[in-house]
Design a protein around this ligand. Structure first.
Ligand code: BJW
Length: 251
């Protein structure tokens, strides 16, 4: 895959590169994006109808079982060439930081470090009353959520649902990184869900080079300096190859 020399040059020159990843990053690991039709039992629900505190309050078992199905799916998933290429990219673009909206932990499984999880983690359990972490690992296989060992409220997955605030420290760090970066790579995200989508605008205001990697257009596309149309599992390894070549030839 040929990538524009200007794009490779911008990445090679970056001193404070930041990645914002979304569900498309894990699509090639077999994890459905939020825009994919959901499989089987879940095809009659939209994520927006399940990933809310209201849905959990109305039917905790239904939401619990949806997340249990997704946990099982993600537990089998492996990082794909895109995740692994980002580990290599961090070696070629020192200081690269990854901010992810994904809750699957696949960046970390690939070997990326200091990943900022904006929307929590699928494998964390929290109390639905005060959102404090709880340990119920032996009791998560049932059709209904286990009770919080401290207060008895239903336990829920430690992810951020629509209408909820993002984890304060993670979001503050993400904002600071975006506002101070010189290269912003938006990878595999529809750029539709705020406030994560707003990070690109912080980077733009800081005059960062904005790059999008996605097979489809998004609301961010017209504002990007470089758009690479394709799956991240193909584009990112090509990017790493291109940068290595640049380093070798000393261009
Ligand atoms: C590939 C690929 C390949 C495919 N390679 N790419 C109106 C009403 C109600 C709320 C709002 C409203 N307007 C705005 C809001 C706020 C709301 C919001 O933004 N809603 C929008 C839908 C409009 N945001 C919130 O509620 C947030 N909180 C908040 O704002 O707090 C303040 C507040 C408080 C109280 C009231 C109001 C405001 C919280 C957002 C939390 C999002 N949570 C989820 C679920 C996480 C848990 C779980 O996993 O179940 O996070 S929703 C879902 O969307 C998930 C994702 O992280 C997030 C972003 O999606 P992402 O990653 O972009 O995935 P997709 O599927 O959208 O796109 C995939 C992309 O990949 C596509 O572009 C493909 O083309 C591409 N692709 N294959 C590369 N191989």
């Amino acid at each position: 895959m040929d990538l524009p020399p200007a794009l490779l040059g911008a990445i090679a020159a970056a001193r404070r590169p930041v990645v914002l990843s979304g569900a498309g990053m894990s699509a090639e690991s077999g994890v459905p994006t939020f825009r994919d039709a959901l499989d089987g039992l879940w095809s009659r629900y939209r994520p927006e109808e399940l990933a809310t505190p209201e849905a959990f309050a109305a039917d905790p078992g239904l939401v619990w079982r949806w997340y249990r199905w997704r946990r099982d799916l993600v537990a089998e998933a492996k990082p794909n060439p895109g995740h692994r290429a980002l580990v290599d990219l961090a070696g070629l673009a020192p200081g690269l930081r990854i901010i992810t909206q994904n809750v699957d932990g696949l960046h970390q499984d690939a070997g990326s470090t200091e990943v900022i999880e904006l929307h929590g983690n699928l494998f964390a359990d929290i109390c639905s009353r005060d959102r404090a972490p709880v340990s119920v690992s032996g009791e998560t296989a049932g059709d209904e959520p286990p009770a919080c060992p401290r207060c008895g409220a239903p336990v829920r997955p430690g992810v951020v649902w629509f209408g909820e605030f993002l984890p304060e420290a993670a979001f503050a760090e993400a904002r600071a990184l975006a506002a101070g970066c010189d290269l912003f790579l938006s990878i595999g995200t529809s750029s539709l869900v705020s406030p994560a989508a707003d990070l690109a605008w912080l980077a733009m205001n800081a005059d960062a080079t904005i790059v999008e990697i996605n097979p489809d257009r998004t609301p961010l596309t017209p504002h990007c300096d470089h758009v690479v149309t394709g799956p991240s599992g193909m584009v990112l390894p090509a990017l790493v190859d291109g940068l290595r070549e640049l380093h070798t030839t000393g261009d």
